[in-house]
Design a protein around this ligand. Structure first.
Ligand code: MF3
Ligand code: CO
Length: 273
């Protein structure tokens, strides 16, 4: 996908702007999460996200992207990613994945979470937790890695340890900066390619997608929504992460990832001192 493009390494000042975009994305996702309940439509949730972006003075990187018609991607149950918000009503027991992004001064943020609407099925809750854990395992690996391939290996190992889940392979994470999707690819599994070196200025979106069934996907007739072929439920978590001289910072987490990474013995970098 981005294999032969060059990587855009960011200056500290550029990462400060990406942090602003990341904080807008964090606010968007927090507002949408708080509004998820039975009866709300995915279109109404999209509007909530768009309003937070507008109030922040930011813009959406999804809206109009290759003709994408909304601000968020909201993917329910067997939908993995790129679900288009509209008239669909959230129901009790749904697995809801929300992906959002924002641009501030030309710099991009991108993040996603999944959640289960009560009453919570134990297998669905475990699926969502395993995906979130795999994301943080990947982020923690980035902090100590020499090459980017170590992130995918850590994600794969975390998923395997969590249970019997499949990792989606057709969609991967990506570099991010002055565009939403840049080199390098960030895979969620081990490959022969060890990937580029981890150096200050590298900014990536890490985004594991896992399912309760097998890993195969297809695209719905709307040309966007990616679903599991076997109709099994899926989860998707994502953060935008920067590599700085003194460590990593999770740009789309309100606390920069401090709490989740402390559990893994990783201290986050300070952007300004
Ligand atoms: N944000 C998604 C990703 O994680 C891509 C969204 S595609 C769009 O890479 F068309 F909806 F913008
Ligand atoms: Co992304």
């Amino acid at each position: 996908m981005f294999g032969h493009e060059r990587i855009e390494y960011k200056s500290r000042d550029q990462i400060v702007l990406m942090r602003q975009a990341g904080l807008v994305v964090a606010d968007v996702l927090a507002a949408v999460r708080a509004a998820i309940e039975p009866g709300v439509t995915t279109g109404e949730l999209d509007k909530i996200g768009a309003d937070v972006i507008a109030t922040a003075g930011a813009t959406s990187n999804f809206l109009g992207y290759h003709g994408y018609p909304a601000t968020l991607c909201i993917s329910v149950n067997d939908e993995i990613v790129h679900g288009i918000p509209g008239g669909r009503m959230i129901k009790p027991g749904d697995v809801v994945s929300v992906d959002g992004g924002a641009i501030v001064d030309g710099w991009h943020g991108d993040s996603a979470f999944s959640m289960v609407v009560p009453p919570v099925d134990a297998a669905d809750a475990a699926l969502v937790a395993a995906c979130e854990d795999a994301l943080w395992a990947g982020i923690a690996a980035l902090a100590g890695a020499v090459r980017l391939g170590e992130v995918g290996a850590a994600v794969e190992d975390a998923v395997a340890k969590a249970g019997s889940y499949a990792i989606v392979r057709e969609y991967v994470g990506h570099g991010i900066g002055s565009a939403m999707h840049q080199a390098p690819e960030v895979r969620n599994f081990r490959t022969r390619d060890r990937g580029p070196r981890i150096v200050p200025g590298l900014c990536v979106a890490i985004e594991p997608m896992i399912t309760l069934g097998d890993r195969h996907t297809k695209i719905q007739d709307d040309d966007w929504t990616v679903v599991t072929v076997d109709a099994s439920r899926a989860a998707h978590w994502e953060h935008t992460v920067a590599v700085l001289e003194d460590g990593i910072l999770v740009l789309t987490a309100l606390d920069g990832g401090a709490a989740k990474l402390a559990e893994r013995g990783v201290r986050v970098a300070a952007l300004r001192d």
